[in-house]
Design a protein around this ligand. Structure first.
Ligand SMILES: Cc1ncc(COP(=O)(O)O)c(C=O)c1O
Length: 408
């Protein structure tokens, strides 16, 4: 497996060395993706809609990227829509299908879970302002929903079901294929088809994305989570699924997403996705070993640590923990001062610091939920770096606890 670029010096603790444990927030651009993009960031800058030679070359690059992504999904190229990232793909999926279903008179009931990313939850809330009814399914203490629970929520007026494949905070993986089967059976009993969308933004490094094997109708991805460029994303939209475009204009992407195409973004996305999928097994094997080592070291250093998520059905590179009597943001700062970069909960939500909706939905007590820390790994990390983190943790935790003590 080609290791992703390691920008940090080998020896943790050395001046300038950084241990990066935040790959779920963003991963380094793969050199192969950069190389594939470079021509389209320089000389090959023509508009893919242009009717000249370089325009045709840009168009061919887009279509090559589309073919490559379609192959990964086991889909046809026409079902691939390039977007600006996970957030846009999810907005397009949730709003696009819901509005089309409403227009067709199918209904305005949307089913999702309490622990979705805010791109899903806020898109659904947005639709509530226009008369949609959103049903948020509760999860168990590990962050899972059951296929029966999802199927039981379906009604004759259900427009869309959206279930995240893996949670971006605690890393819990849902039994997606079983959920899809249950949704299909229940929809069949209702005499209809109910589109199923999955936010798969966190799983491209670790899970296969064959849309027929998964049984999903829509699937959202974001390029920078697996070594593609930021500002690139894909929505898989199964042929025949009702959809109203959210970005109108010149009719690019077969009328589903207007705007001049981000050619380098699409090319880099496709290159990185192919590599990430080829390396899935090695990625999972290596990061599992590193995660086990980190957790062992962490438990030796801080025996009181609470591990969140599912004991087995979790992303192999995600370690999410809580400490009592401290705030996660303070701990992140204390670790940052020791050249360890990680996240309190999720980076996407850390602009507004409040207890994670995911942890609260899983029944984690609020005083523990505010002391949460997410460490997400990458195969290029070394054992030495992991041991350095475990070694630095007790003092960082103690320092963060002192920060919340009332002044004497
Ligand atoms: C599960 C999940 N969905 C959606 C997103 C949004 O992706 P982006 O910020 O790249 O648009 C993220 C980002 O962290 C995520 O983790």
């Amino acid at each position: 497996m080609t290791p992703p670029p390691v920008t940090e010096p080998e020896a943790p603790g050395a001046p300038g060395a950084v241990v990066y444990l935040d790959s779920a927030a963003s991963a380094a651009l793969r050199p192969e993706a950069l190389e594939a993009m470079l021509p389209y960031l320089t000389g090959e800058y023509a508009n893919p809609s242009a009717h000249h030679e370089r325009g045709r070359r840009a168009h061919e690059a887009m279509e090559g990227a589309r073919d490559a992504v379609a192959e990964v999904f086991g889909a046809i190229p026409e079902e691939i829509v390039f977007t600006s990232g996970g957030t846009e793909s999810i907005n397009a999926a949730v709003k696009g299908v819901a509005l089309a279903q409403s227009e067709a008179g199918v209904g305005r009931h949307i089913v999702t879970t309490e622990i979705e990313h805010h791109a899903v939850l806020h898109s659904a809330q947005y639709l509530e302002r226009f008369g949609f009814e959103v049903e948020l399914l509760p999860v168990d203490e590990c962050g899972r929903v059951t296929p029966d629970q999802v199927a039981a929520s379906l009604r004759p007026d259900t427009a869309l079901v959206s279930i995240g494949y893996a949670n971006n905070e605690v890393g819990t993986v849902q039994p997606l294929a079983e959920i899809a089967r249950a949704v299909r059976d229940r929809a069949h009993a209702l005499g209809r088809r109910v589109p199923l969308h999955t936010d798969a933004v966190q799983v491209a490094n670790t899970h296969a994305l064959d849309v027929d094997a998964l049984g999903v109708d829509l699937l959202s991805l974001s390029g920078h989570k697996f070594g593609g460029p930021k500002g690139s994303g894909v929505l898989y939209l199964r042929r025949g699924i009702p959809f109203l475009e959210q970005i109108s204009g010149g009719g690019q992407e077969r009328q589903r997403r207007s705007g001049t195409e981000n050619v380098p973004g699409a090319v880099g996305f496709a290159s990185a996705l192919r590599l990430a999928q080829d390396e899935r097994e090695a990625f999972s094997a290596r990061t599992s070993v590193l995660r086990d080592r980190l957790l062992r070291g962490m438990r030796e250093a801080c025996p009181e640590v609470r591990v969140n998520g599912h004991p087995t059905e979790h992303l192999p590179h995600n370690l999410h923990v809580c400490f009592s009597d401290l705030e996660g943001e303070t701990l992140v700062a204390a670790l940052d001062a020791r050249a360890i970069e990680c996240s309190a909960g999720a980076a996407c939500t850390s602009a507004t610091w409040e207890p994670s909706h995911v942890l609260l939905a899983m029944g984690v007590p609020i005083d523990l939920a505010i002391g949460s820390l997410r460490m997400t790994l990458w195969p290029s990390l070394t054992e030495e770096q992991i041991d350095y983190v475990a070694g630095e943790l007790p003092e960082a935790v103690a320092q963060s606890r002192r920060a919340v003590l009332p002044a004497p």
